[in-house]
Design a protein around this ligand. Structure first.
Ligand SMILES: NC(=O)c1ccc[n+]([C@@H]2O[C@H](COP(=O)([O-])OP(=O)(O)OC[C@H]3O[C@@H](n4cnc5c(N)ncnc54)[C@H](OP(=O)(O)O)[C@@H]3O)[C@@H](O)[C@H]2O)c1
Length: 272
C-alpha cells in the first residue's frame, strides 16, 4: 500500500512538529493535529515559515481531522496517548497508527523510565483501539535534529508491532527519510524496552551536553533494504514493502540466530 497522507496527533509539541516537517519534506501530505485547530494552524505556520523554499504540503486540523489521514502518528505525552487515541477512535479502525510516546519521569536531573499499564504506551494504545494496527517507532530520534531539514538525521528507527503489515508500512515511511534506517524490533511487547531506553539516551544528553541518536552495528544495510529505493533513498514515492526477512509475516523464524538466551553469548549487536 502506497501511503500518501500522514496525520499527527499532538503535533504542536517539538516531537510531532519536527516529524511533521521531516515527513512533509520527503513528499508526504501531512496533517498537523492538536486539541485546538488554532494551535495546529500556528504550528503549521511555524514550520512553513521556517522553510519558505521548500514545498511542504502541511495542513492544520484538530486531532480528529488529523486522524482522518491514511496513517496516524500519536505524538502526545505518554499519559495522554491512549486517551487521545480513544478520542478519535472512530477514525483509527483498520489503520496503521504509530506511537512515539515514551513514559518517562524527570526526578531532579535524572530521567527515569516508567512502566505504564500494559507495559508500554504503545500497548495501552493498542488495547484502546483493538482493530487498529499499532506500531511503536521514532522514540529515540531527537526532535531538534529531526526539525533541521538542512541536515540528515543519522539514526536507526526501531519499529515494533504485533502486525507485520504495520511494521512494513512504518519501515517504508522511515526509508524515505535520508539518514534514517528502519529496523524491525519484533512484537509490541518490546516497546516496553524501547520506550524505557529513552531515559538512558536523555541521561546521556545531559551528561555529555549533546543530543544522541541510536545506530546499531552488525546489521548490514542490505538486510534492511526496502524495495523501490533502499533504506535511505529519500526518493519520494518509494514507500514500498520491506523485503527483508524479519518482516515477512512469520516473525522470529531465524533458528540459526543466537538469541542470547540459554547460555549463548548474546546478540552480536552494539549501539553506537
Ligand atoms: N521531544 C523529543 O525529542 C522526542 C523524540 C521522540 C519521541 N518523543 C516523545 O514524543 C511525545 C511528544 O513529545 P513532545 O516533546 O512533543 O511533548 P509535548 O510538547 O509535551 O506534547 C506534545 C503535544 O501533546 C498535546 N498534549 C499535551 N497534553 C495533552 C493531553 N493531556 N491530552 C492530549 N494532548 C495533549 C499538546 O498539543 P495540543 O495542546 O496542541 O493538543 C502538546 O503540544 C513524548 O511522549 C515524547 O516522549 C519526544
Amino acid at each position: 500500500m502506497q501511503i500518501a497522507e500522514i496525520g499527527l496527533l499532538g503535533a504542536t509539541g517539538p516531537a510531532g512538529s519536527a516529524l511533521a516537517a521531516r515527513l512533509a519534506d520527503v513528499g508526504y501530505e501531512v496533517i498537523v493535529g492538536s486539541r485546538s485547530k488554532y494551535r495546529a494552524m500556528e504550528a503549521r505556520d511555524v514550520i512553513v515559515d521556517a522553510w519558505p523554499d521548500r514545498d511542504l504540503r502541511i495542513e492544520a486540523a484538530d486531532n480528529h481531522g488529523a486522524a482522518s489521514a491514511e496513517v496516524v502518528v500519536i505524538a502526545t505525552p505518554w499519559n495522554a496517548a491512549a486517551e487521545t487515541a480513544a478520542s478519535v477512535a472512530d477514525q483509527l479502525h483498520g489503520k496503521v497508527v504509530i506511537c512515539m510516546s515514551n513514559a518517562l519521569s524527570k526526578v531532579g536531573r535524572e530521567f527515569q523510565p516508567l512502566v505504564p499499564p500494559r507495559g508500554s504506551v504503545s500497548a495501552s494504545v493498542q488495547a484502546e483501539i483493538r482493530d487498529a494496527y499499532i506500531a511503536a517507532a521514532f522514540h529515540h530520534v531527537p526532535a531538534k535534529a529531526l526539525a533541521d531539514l538542512e541536515r540528515d538525521v543519522e539514526s536507526d528507527i526501531l519499529i515494533c508491532s504485533d502486525h507485520p503489515h504495520a511494521t512494513e508500512t512504518v519501515a517504508a515511511i522511515v526509508s524515505r527519510v535520508p539518514g534514517l534506517r528502519p529496523l524491525d524490533a519484533g512484537e509490541l511487547s518490546n516497546a516496553t524496552a524501547i520506550e524505557a531506553f529513552t531515559a538512558v539516551l536523555l541521561q546521556l544528553n545531559v551528561r555529555y551536553r549533546t543530543r544522541v541518536a541510536v545506530r546499531f552495528t552488525g546489521i548490514p544495510d542490505h538486510a534492511v533494504a526496502v524495495s523501490g529505493g533502499g533504506h535511505a533513498s529519500g526518493v519520494a514515492g518509494s514507500a514500498a514493502p520491506v523485503t527483508a526477512a524479519p518482516v515477512d509475516g512469520t516473525r522470529h523464524g531465524d533458528d540459526d540466530v543466537d538469541d542470547g538466551v540459554g547460555g549463548g553469548v548474546g546478540p552480536d549487536v552494539a549501539v553506537t
